[in-house]
Design a protein. Structure first.
Length: 236
């Protein structure tokens, strides 16, 4: 990896910088399985469902995509819906409560290899952004003590405000590269989710790094990753 070939780095957060993809996965699992319990015609929600339908996507799109895969129809509702509401937004908010409980109770630390790479890029003066579908990205960065390392955070709330479609569309990455003053060809995208790698490939970025935290090497390559690593330490 020669960082001199690139001007900026665009990091996904959950599963790339911090081990919070696991926290999201557990929170989704609990919420969807409690929801499906009341529907005897349905098989349980599994990790395969997470990787195929939910991983990396904005909150309510993850809910809607999974429900559609099971032929379940619910009203969309509204982001202000209570967690008890039987709507797409209600289910998303139910999962969010579980996520926030874990974050508050357990805190979060960056992966050691990711922390080392971020430190090295800061030393080299490479501008960095976080591009995450999660509306919790600023809280996770703060909890991990990493807020100051990133020049900008394109999270799920900012994307919604600006009307940018979420991953797998490339728009959030493209907007972040532009804000850092780089063309897509000058930017490195670091992603663990299939939807995120697809976004990187669709945006024509100089290098799309797939980080294999469970999605699988071949699936990441098929989605458009130029290289696949197990840990960001490999990019030092
Ligand atoms: O519900 P949030 O925090 O806005 O996050 C949306 C998505 O954000 C992504 O970063 C995670 O990979 C997903 O698991 C999560 O569902």
């Amino acid at each position: 990896m020669n960082w001199d070939d690139y001007a900026v780095a665009l990091f996904d957060l959950d599963g790339v910088v911090t081990p919070t993809a696991e926290v999201h996965m557990r929170a989704w699992d609990r919420m969807f399985n409690e929801f499906l319990d009341g529907r005897p015609d349905q098989t349980p929600y599994t990790d395969d469902d997470y990787f195929a339908h939910v991983d990396g996507k904005p909150r309510y799109e993850g809910v809607a995509t999974f429900l559609a895969s099971r032929g379940i129809e619910l009203p969309q509702g509204d982001p202000g819906d209570a967690p008890e509401a039987e709507t797409v937004c209600g289910l998303g908010n139910r999962k969010n409560d579980a996520f926030n409980r874990v974050l508050a109770e357990d805190g979060v630390e960056a992966y050691p290899g990711s922390a080392r790479l971020i430190e090295e890029l800061e030393r080299r003066g490479v501008p960095m952004a976080v591009v995450s579908s999660s509306r919790n990205a600023p809280a996770v960065l703060e909890a991990a003590g990493l807020t100051a390392s990133f020049r900008m955070v394109m999270d799920g709330a900012v994307a919604a405000e600006r009307g940018l479609p979420g991953k797998p569309a490339p728009d959030t990455f493209l907007a972040a590269a532009e804000e850092l003053g780089a063309t897509p060809a000058q930017a490195v995208v670091l992603e663990d989710a299939i939807s995120g790698v697809r976004a990187g490939a669709a945006g024509g970025f100089g290098l799309v790094v797939g980080v294999d935290r469970g999605a699988g090497h071949d699936a990441l390559v098929d989605a458009g990753a130029h290289v696949v690593v197990k840990d960001l330490e490999e990019l030092l």
